[in-house]
Design a protein around this ligand. Sequence first.
Ligand SMILES: [Zn+2]
Length: 421
Amino acid sequence: MSAASAQYCDSCKVVHDDMDNVQFSYHIAEIHMPKGIIVEWNQYGYDSNYTTNVLLLQPQRLGGDFRTFVTTMRTAGIYDFLLRLQRGSPYNDHLLPGHWNILGAAIQLGRDDIVNTLLDEDRNYLDTYCLRGSLGRVTDLSMHPMVQAAKAGRVDLLRKLVAVNNFRIMPEVLNRIIGTQSRGFIRAMFCGNFPPSVIVKSERSNETPLHSSLMNSDNSIFNLVIDRFFQEFQSYPYTTMGSAAEIDMKYYLNLEANLPDRPPNLTPLMTAIVHGKAAAVRRLAGMDLVDVYSPNSLDYTPLYYAARYIKTAALETIIGKLPQEPEGQETDDIRASDNADSINYITRQGGTALHALVRAFIEIDIYARPPRAVQDIAKLAKLLVEREADTNIPHPLTQLTATVEASALGFSELYEELMRG
Ligand SMILES: [Zn+2]
């Protein structure tokens, strides 16, 4: 075990020379399962750019030209402000620092006069001063004009921005709003003419409103969004809930997204599990169109995530859906661990759900083993063992059983439960 071995790492795309199998297995676990048990998910998870807003509001901290322009934006009258812009110049937004844009900054600064003048369709200033681009840009979402309107709680303004953008809202922007705003705001956004569709996904990350609603700290947002999701499908014009709509529904309900600072390749169900949204897990797991067992493209199952992130309620829900393991084990051993609907499914680089518990323990060990977390891991081990989880299956990378791993690492509470298996 101590002998150094060369390991090609799929994730880093390099050979790690000094890693033995055990270290390599933990390295993979770190990449695929970023910490999230003790360091609870930041409820504004992917909206950590508030600091940039502070900079804009403090012109004294900006360099000369930026400072002058921000001061103009804060204090000058509308016509003095417009005089600072150049007609036909694509660089007007560059008068502001970083990825700031004039529309977004004016909203944050509360300059309704500037915003209304720029959005006045008769005057067409958005095109005259080349300011329309910021509505379609998703490089720094926290500064996007629509996100700024949402942060200011201005549904009316958001609607107006969507209208001048040809009634388009970028999926990235919609996801950011759904992931961070209040229930009242999101409900209001869905009212009125031309409400945004929730059957969309972000271009690069595959994130859908089903995912982003699960990242909102308000648990009720998910129900709001998924109800709309089904409503929209019901009004699909070309079908009476026939096959086309079902294929689309199944696609969106099981789509793997890469969410910032989260484990990669999470389906909506896995997102709900990782975020400990027990009610959403139950609702999704109860749907025929949702894959409750299937591994994602990294080969991790919902069961594995529930164990790895110590989500007891989610694990109970999933276990409740698993078919019973066959009684006489001799004949069905191999079948069992190969099937995703088995409690003994072996993920390619993570081992079984029991191995996931060992890795969860390694994580809480860093935080001095909070008693509650230790108890929960023991409880999960008990639940799994009671459902015939096999404690003798070796991890594909370490070649060790979960019992041996737990013993070697001194995780006695887990070891004791596994010994009952
Ligand atoms: Zn690596």
